[in-house]
Design a protein around this ligand. Sequence first.
Ligand code: FAQ
Length: 328
Amino acid sequence: MYGNTHLTEEEAKRLNVTDEDPEKLAAFEAKIDRGEKIEPGEWMPKEYRKQLLRMIEQHAHSEIVGALPEGTWITRAPNFRRKLALIAKVQDEVGHGQMLYSAAETLGKTREEMLNDLMNGKSKYSNVFNYPANTWADIAVIGFLVDAAAIVNQTINSKGSYGPYCRALERICYEEAFHLKQGHDNFVYLATGTPHQRAMLQEAMNRWYRPLIHFFGPPDRNSKHSEKLMKWKVKLASNDAMRNQFLDMYVSKIQEVGITLPDPNLHKNADGIWEFSDPDWDEFKRVSGGDGPCNKERLEVRRYAEMAHRWVREALMNPSDKYKIPLA
Ligand code: FAQ
């Protein structure tokens, strides 16, 4: 065993904690096992900090990049009610990014460093936001199913071990529940609408099916970080388990309004596990590695926002005479 921890020497090596103080490590693990939260400033293994930061930062980037595909439809929403709901939703997503950047900052990386790493391509964000929103039906699919997928992941992980991340996730889930409702309403409206509306929705569903399967990450057998993240209760279910829960909850809701999924092999087996055709994991690797249909555009928009709004940040952070509005 490694010190007085529950870890074998082999596990300690895999978790990359062999240079940590075994006493502190044992106390840290015991705290997590008791279901208590780790808070900023408390001792934690370097690898826990690194993994947590990577995951929260990636999540924060996903929220602000995730606002872009839907954001492009605000001016083209089909009516005022839908427009208002979409504006509120997109604003919420950016707010989620803010909450998550704040949680990530408690681990020692500044917001500026994180945003720079997003723009220079060092940090990842969710694959799903590298696909275009070609029609209004894409907004229904994103609002209903991407939000549903996010809720499955976030509800599970909100019971995790790091206080600031869990508190942010809890709040985010409340807001996502509203997003899902408006997405579902939009989805059902199109599915039960004119033949043209139904065809538009089916076409969008066909395009989003694979990215949605990819959303939960690679299959467990290829997941690099799950062992550590699950050991330390950052992630409370594996990629496959979350994907399965999503399919369990939403396949029937899609099919009950007459929309089909473009995989003849999608079915639930006798053990209650969903099986599906190979969703092209090479595509997932390409898209999450930077080579998807919209990766370039998404980062260009981010770089433009950074440049065009620099003066606002400067005015807020360094108030000086240069930015003072003369009062009459
Ligand atoms: N996209 O070892 P694993 C939202 C990478 S928020 C791109 O299994 P892990 C709200 C992974 O980084 C959506 N890359 O990774 C919204 C790793 O690469 P690396 C975001 C992915 O961390 C809705 C490699 O593959 N949610 O949608 C993806 O154990 C509507 C190996 O993977 C979160 O971020 C992916 N999908 O498990 C906004 C939730 N999956 O770093 C607007 C928090 C994996 O070694 C509109 N994150 N990779 O180079 C998580 O729960 C986990 O990070 C997983 C991946 C489950 C995503």
